[in-house]
Design a protein around this ligand. Sequence first.
Ligand SMILES: *Cc1c(COP(=O)(O)O)cnc(C)c1O
Length: 308
Amino acid sequence: MQTTQFIWFDGKIIPWDQAQVHVLTHALHYGSAVFEGIRAYACVDGSSAVFRLEDHCRRMLNSAKVMRMEIPYDVDALVAACIETLKVNNLGAGYVRPLSFVGYGEMGVYPGDNPVQTIIAVWPWGAYLGAEALEKGIRVKTSSFARMHVNTLMSKTKSAGNYVNSILAKIEAKEDGYDEALMLDVNGYVSEATGENVFIVRDGIIKTTPWTSILGGITRDSVMTLARDLGYTVEEQQFTRDEFYIADEAFFTGTAAEITPIRELDHRQIGAGHAGSVTKHLQREFFKAVQGDNPKYAGWLHHYTVRQ
Ligand SMILES: *Cc1c(COP(=O)(O)O)cnc(C)c1O
């Protein structure tokens, strides 16, 4: 991976290589951590902007609330820390990864008085599933692993422990020669991918899975808003894998994956087998919004500047 110089660690800026923890850190053993994935983009006016930074920081605090972790920072403090980390690394576009974790102390499952520590790292990161994927679309396999039942793990938290399910599905999909896994919920309905939400388009109507067993993606929310503003009908509704097979278009959304078209699911070609017209329309509008090229969505951007 491409590193940067500094990491924010509990309020201090320290060198990248010195951002270390003890091997008996609670989160390392039990997955007791919450995190965010945020992107900063270079804007058309020459500045940089973090996309929906406040919303991401709010979601991180909500994840911590559900997990009973006390993060000693409010939204404003987290926002300021993310911006500070980008600026100190002089990074005008890239990925921002805040993480709060239960630290070193008692080794039992009960986190007790173990400290909750917070780090923020930033690094350059291009298209998550490859630049070609954004254009041509990816090949997807329905996973043999189900997404967690809503009372097994808390799907509305972006937490480290939830990702064990994602890792299992991702390894299976990659080793079987696919780019990504589509996971079904325990009732057999389409849920989401390993770190992306999912949309299908049929007869001009856009459908995404309801906010039940899924993480409520900020990209998902942005795409729903953009689509409705463009006059599309957007439904949050359960659907099955065979409805997916006969969709005209399908795509994944996520901060890392942005809007990635799906060209094949389980050897069924989706639509024409490449990015469809609705998908391309939404991609275009999404990239305009994140790069500050549509004043209507200026409120989604937190601008900052780096040294030239
Ligand atoms: C982060 C994540 C997403 C995408 O959310 P964004 O806010 O759009 O980045 C989707 N599903 C899961 C499981 C995630 O962890």
